[in-house]
Design a protein. Structure first.
Lengths: 45, 476
């Protein structure tokens, strides 16, 4: 494409294939302690 | 003669197409986010402008709108590229997750905030814990209560192998001997029960010394140290009982800790208020101390104090986040990088969509335990009677309250349903919502606006680095 550079593909939609294993971080508890940011966490599956 | 354009209003589940994407300019880039698919695009000015009309007007109208600004063939070419993205499900994607049944009946407690000290050696003016005692009197947790808490965590964690204990307060180093005893006890119990316990601690660093630094480096997965930034800023808020500032005591200790920490996780975390709206300078000051992992957070205060953040401060706060992002890139280019907690974003291996429908596990995956053994949904609810869920003797008895947390997800909140950032923040903080609006499901709009600006900068930084060929997610 000449006008558009895609830097991230449809990763969210693809994650529907994952089972939701629950191994990820529960809350903000071990980082900032005041606001839960989910987008910076890593999938543990 | 007036030109009449034909509006082709497109309705997708009640949304205009323009509401199904988010676009913004940052770091000299035009960025387009498709929230539902997770796709992110960097586009040229033509596409950026076309997106103001695409879906609401036909192609001829769009060409007419923009022909004075761009070449007609380029406009048509750019429209075709947008068409292609749309066909490939990479823009204007309708929300397809609403009907996912988010079954959390099988959730287990996987993290515990252990308030080993409801007392503090500081009297920080903005403290959410009422300067350390959570309005329940100054007290320390004894070893027996701590043991019961660890037993409760292990018992409540089901088949999950890795669980977390965060020593918190007040100031947990006021009860350091019990912390060490509990870590030893936790190690024994983890071994017996086939678990791994990760330990973290949040401290004001006043009592940090060489022995404790060595101990934390050997034993603790993560350490969070509090410092607000510049000396005058820190010492205005983070004061001792006699009112004196703490910077001169804690800054050297924090530097020493960071130098010894190696690759292990830590954060140096500050709070900004209306008193230091130029907080980018504080984040950079912390970085200048040699700290790589920097976090500076907005204060949460509902009462009308002189440091309370208000809507009228938002423009300044936005410009500070933008300035911090620019400085982040400058230092990255100069080979002198730092990390800012809220500019971290994991695009290609972030949490799955099921996690993103409900970010925080307070009350059903995460709990806080007080020195008296009372259980609350999280550290920020401690001391609020209506959120006492139970105690270590009887377990979680307020099942209805727990159910309210379990059933809360982004679709329970009208404000979240249409927000472009809903799968990035995943509903935000229950405690902030309650503290400001009296309802865990009523978003704290000021926090939402700040969060969205941070996400824009996080995405822009990521885009910048990816376009430079740096695709190492973990280093952001």
């Amino acid at each position: 494409m000449k006008h558009i550079v895609t830097i991230n593909k449809a990763t969210l939609k693809d994650s529907l294939k994952k089972p939701g294993c629950g191994e990820c971080q529960a809350s903000c508890q071990s980082a900032c302690k005041t606001s839960c940011t989910v987008a910076n966490q890593e999938c543990q599956y | 003669m007036a030109v009449i354009f034909t509006a082709t209003y497109t309705c997708n589940g009640g949304f205009k197409l323009s509401e199904l994407m988010h676009k913004f300019k940052r770091l000299d880039m035009n960025i387009v986010v498709d929230p539902v698919s997770g796709s992110i695009h960097v586009v040229d000015d033509i596409v950026y402008d076309i997106l103001d009309y695409y879906g609401s007007y036909n192609n001829d109208d769009i060409v007419n709108f923009l022909r004075n600004k761009y070449n007609e063939d380029d406009i048509k070419d750019a429209i075709k590229e947008i068409d292609e993205l749309k066909e490939n499900g990479a823009i204007f994607t309708e929300d397809i997750y609403k009907d996912i049944t988010n079954v959390r009946g099988d959730s287990v407690i996987k993290a515990m905030c252990l308030n080993v000290a409801h007392d503090c050696n500081l009297r920080c003016k903005y403290c959410f814990a009422s300067t350390g005692d959570f309005k329940g009197g100054r007290k320390l947790m004894d070893f027996e209560t701590g043991k019961k808490a660890i037993d409760f965590l292990i018992k409540s964690s089901g088949k999950r192998r890795v669980v977390e204990v965060d020593f918190f307060g007040g100031e947990p180093l006021l009860n350091f001997d019990v912390v060490k005893q509990l870590v030893e006890y936790g190690k024994e119990q983890a071994k017996k029960n086939g678990k791994i316990i990760k330990y973290t601690i949040t401290t004001n660093a006043v009592l940090l010394d060489d022995e404790k630094i060595k101990y934390f480096n050997e034993t603790f997965t993560n350490v969070v140290l509090s410092l607000d930034g510049r000396k005058e800023v820190n010492d205005n808020m983070r004061v001792r009982i006699d009112g004196s500032g703490t910077y001169d005591v804690i800054a050297p200790k924090i530097k020493k800790f960071v130098e010894s920490r190696g690759e292990k996780e830590y954060y140096v975390r500050g709070t900004f208020t209306a008193k230091n709206l130029d907080f980018a300078a504080d984040a950079l000051h912390i970085a200048d101390l040699g700290v790589y992992e920097v976090s500076v957070e907005p204060v949460v205060e509902k009462d009308n104090k002189d440091y309370t953040l208000k809507e009228e401060h938002l423009e300044k706060i936005f410009s500070e986040y933008d300035r911090l992002a620019e400085e982040y890139i400058k230092r990255y280019e100069e080979g002198n990088p730092f990390s800012f907690y809220h500019f971290k974003i994991n695009l290609d291996n972030g949490p799955c969509i099921r996690k993103r429908l409900q970010g925080c596990g307070a009350g059903f995956e995460y709990i806080a335990v007080t020195p008296d053994g009372e259980i609350y949904p999280c550290h920020q609810f401690v001391g609020i009677d209506e959120f006492k869920m139970g105690d270590l003797e009887h377990g979680i008895v307020e099942k209805e309250m727990q159910q309210n947390f379990i059933e809360s997800d982004i679709y329970k909140r009208e404000e979240c349903t249409k927000c472009w950032a809903r799968f990035l923040c995943s509903g935000g903080c229950y405690a902030n919502n309650y503290n400001i609006n009296g309802d865990i499901n009523k978003p704290y709009d000021l926090a939402c606006e700040m969060q969205k600006r941070r996400f824009e900068n996080a995405i822009a930084i990521k885009a910048y680095k990816l376009l430079k060929g740096d695709d190492n997610d973990k280093k952001i």
